[in-house]
Design a protein around this ligand. Structure first.
Ligand code: COA
Length: 179
C-alpha cells in the first residue's frame, strides 16, 4: 500500500525454497507505540494514515515470520476505524495470517487503544490485508499452507475466505483496470 513497501527492505536474499512446504501455524505479531501529537489530527486523535502504517508494518512482519520470503501488500481489505485512539494513549497492533492461498496470505489486524493510567483498553480498529510472497526475482512464490487448529482459528479462516471472495469479485467486476 501507498509508499510503505515492506519488500524494499535491504536484507540477504532468502535461501531457495524447498518443494512441498509443510503446513505451519501463524502466531500473533504485536507492536506497541504511543500517539504523539505529530501523528494526530486536529481532534487530538491518531491520524488514520499513521494507524494504517502501523498495521501495514506489523502485518508484513507477521507474513515474514510465516513465509520467510519477501512480501508485498497486494490490497487493504475493509479496515474499520471503530473508535479513536487519543494522543498520549498506548496503541497496540496485533496481526496474524488467518488464510493462505497459493502465493498470497490474508492477515487479520486488530488495534487496541489503552489509557496508560487507568489501563482501560478498547478495540479501536480491525480489518484484513492481503500480502503476496515474492521470490528473489520479485515473482509470486508459494507460501506454506496455514495450520488451522482451534475454533477461533477456524472462524478467522472462514472470515479470510470471505475477504478473498470479495477481492476476487472486485477484480472480476473490473475495478483493477489499467488507468
Ligand atoms: C501483488 C502482485 C505481486 C501480484 O502480482 P501478479 O503478477 O498479479 O500475480 P498473480 O496474478 O500471479 O497472483 C499472485 C497472487 O496474488 C494475488 N493477487 C493479485 N492481485 C491481487 C490484489 N490486487 N489483491 C489481492 N491479491 C492479489 C492473487 O490472487 C494470487 O494469490 P494466490 O496465489 O494465493 O491465488 C503485483 O500486483 C504487485 O507487485 N503489486 C504491487 C505491490 C506493491 O507495490 N505494494 C505496495 C508496497 S509493498
Amino acid at each position: 500500500m501507498g509508499s510503505m513497501c515492506a519488500a524494499s527492505l535491504r536484507r540477504p536474499p532468502p535461501p531457495p525454497r524447498p518443494a512441498g512446504l509443510p503446513p505451519q501455524r501463524s502466531d500473533w505479531t504485536t507492536s506497541v507505540d504511543t500517539v504523539f501529537p505529530n501523528n494526530a489530527n486536529p481532534l487530538g486523535t491518531a491520524f488514520g494514515g499513521y494507524v494504517l502504517q502501523l498495521i501495514d508494518v506489523t502485518s508484513a512482519i507477521a507474513c515474514f515470520r510465516f513465509a520467510r520470503t519477501q512480501v508485498v501488500t497486494a490490497s487493504t481489505e475493509p479496515i474499520d476505524f471503530r473508535a479513536p485512539v487519543h494522543v498520549g494513549e498506548i496503541v497496540e497492533v496485533r496481526s496474524r495470517v488467518v488464510w493462505t492461498g497459493r502465493t498470497s496470505m490474508i492477515v487479520r489486524c486488530e488495534v487496541t487503544g489503552e489509557n496508560p493510567f487507568s489501563g482501560e483498553r478498547r478495540l479501536c480498529t480491525s480489518g484484513h490485508l492481503n500480502f503476496v510472497a515474492l521470490d528473489a526475482n520479485g515473482r509470486p512464490t508459494p507460501v506454506p499452507q496455514l495450520l488451522v487448529e482451534t475454533d477461533e482459528e477456524r472462524a478467522q479462516w472462514a472470515e479470510g475466505e470471505r475477504v478473498r471472495a470479495a477481492m476476487l469479485q472486485r477484480r472480476d467486476a473490473g475495478s483493477h483496470t489499467e488507468p
